[in-house]
Design a protein around this ligand. Structure first.
Ligand code: AMP
Ligand code: MG
Length: 422
């Protein structure tokens, strides 16, 4: 009730816009229209890092390949282990990883064995060396070891025919090792996505050019380059395009010929020089959305010929936020990857955060431990959508829900660590 009164009293002070789309709805609309790009290639194992599997991978060997010892000790026959007290066994040989003992072990005998050594025929248990007293070639064992202790069975981790990695999985360093352990030297992956991008704006200058009055250096192509590189796509930088209808149109057509995806920044607002939406409408199909989020309100999505199109806003922070929220998952999906659940966690916020209801906000935060070792978050300072430094300083987004009217110090907030998205 109280809440509603506040809203009524400050009706003009909120950010509600009936024509704005909640971010998750926009994400859903994008996801629904995407299809995995065709094209598969076979790569040498090392080259497959950060690429997406185009087929399930099945094991064709056992891991471990043979039943072996998990410890340094003695391979014994479990029926020789006494029920009570101790027993003596004769050491009849040695075995270690790669150097097996080839005779069969009989009751009363045992074999010295090292970690990874294949269990000699007849034995089924390893007694760790710390539990054994050895004199010459005789060991005295106690009754504390159970049948099968300290033994790794053949195929215990992976058996032939097991699927070890699924289609759609993005190859990690662990996977490289796993596949190597199976003797797999080549993998089938989806081809790399080609992504062309350009900035729009008469005010943009490139590094090395003089910064005339009212001009800014183009930073969006650099953040985009960085974000795309991390996704391991083929990133094609098409430079800066001036705010002229024909030039924008021409650049889009050119991009559609060489890329699967086109990303632009700037020119999607409703200003006088915002031609991007218009151009895509003419030569392709565009859905234009006002997203109920901050930063990053305008977003265009659609197609130009055979390419997918994302028109991001111009403000540098908006570019990054909208890329991570809408474009990154889309590119992954086009490369055949499954949707990953986004990771967020709640922690107390030590800053006062200003916010008006009506939009989801992605404020930039720094999370760190307090003096007691508990995680907390603070904002990076001014939160303007042009302040790229806030992204550099931050290590997380503080996500404030639509209806939030701000945060008082000490309140719990939802935090999305950058390590989980970048
Ligand atoms: P726009 O969406 O084109 O109206 O741009 C919004 C704001 O973002 C303007 O202040 C632009 O100068 C700025 N901006 C647009 N593109 C870039 C860029 N590539 N690098 C840095 N700032 C930009
Ligand atoms: Mg512009």
């Amino acid at each position: 009730m109280n809440n509603m009164n506040i809203k009524k009293d400050t009706g003009c002070m909120d950010d509600y816009d009936p024509n704005s789309l909640p971010p998750d709805v926009a994400q859903m609309k994008i996801a629904r229209s995407l299809e995995v790009i065709p094209g598969v290639e076979k790569l040498a194992l090392r080259s497959s890092l950060n690429r997406t599997l185009a087929a399930d991978i099945r094991a064709n060997i056992n891991v471990p390949s043979g039943t072996n010892s998990a410890m340094d000790g003695y391979a014994v026959i479990s029926s020789d282990i006494p029920a009570q007290g101790t027993a003596d066994l004769q050491v009849i040989g040695n075995c270690r990883a790669g150097v097996p003992f080839t005779d069969t072990v009989k009751s009363g005998d045992c074999v010295r064995i090292m970690t990874g050594g294949i269990l000699p025929a007849g034995t089924d248990t390893v007694i760790v060396q710390e539990r054994v007293a050895r004199k010459g070639d005789v060991i005295t064992i106690d009754n504390t070891t159970r049948t099968g202790d300290n033994v790794r069975r053949a195929g215990e981790d992976i058996a032939p025919g097991d699927i070890v990695l699924n289609e759609g999985h993005c190859i990690t360093p662990a996977d490289l090792g796993l596949l190597a352990s199976l003797g797999i030297g080549e993998v089938k992956v989806h081809r790399r996505l080609r992504v062309a991008f350009f900035s729009t704006g008469d005010e943009l200058r490139s590094i090395g050019e003089a910064l005339d009055a009212g001009c800014v250096y183009d930073s969006n192509r650099y953040t985009l380059h960085g974000m795309l590189r991390r996704l391991n796509v083929d990133a094609i930088d098409m430079g800066v395009i001036a705010d002229e209808r024909e030039l924008v149109e021409q650049a889009l057509l050119e991009a559609s010929e060489i890329a699967d995806v086109i990303i632009t920044s700037g020119g999607v607002s409703v200003g006088e020089a915002d031609y991007v939406k218009e151009a895509v409408n003419k030569i392709g199909a565009v859905e234009f959305w006002k997203i109920a989020m901050k930063p990053g309100r305008p977003l265009a999505f659609g197609r130009v010929k055979d390419a997918w199109f994302f028109g991001l806003p111009g403000n540098p922070v908006s570019v990054m936020v909208t890329f991570y929220l809408f474009v990154q998952q889309a590119l992954r999906s086009l490369m055949g990857q499954r949707k990953t659940e986004s990771f967020t966690i709640k922690m107390p916020c030590v800053s006062r955060l200003k916010k008006r209801p009506g939009r989801i906000e992605y404020q930039r935060g720094i999370m760190q431990r307090d003096e007691n070792g508990n995680w907390q978050v603070q904002k990076t300072g001014a939160q303007g959508s042009g302040i790229l430094r806030s992204m550099s300083q931050a290590n997380c987004f503080i996500i404030l829900p639509m209806e939030s009217e701000g945060v008082q110090p000490g309140m719990a907030v939802e935090v999305q660590p950058f390590f989980s998205i970048m």
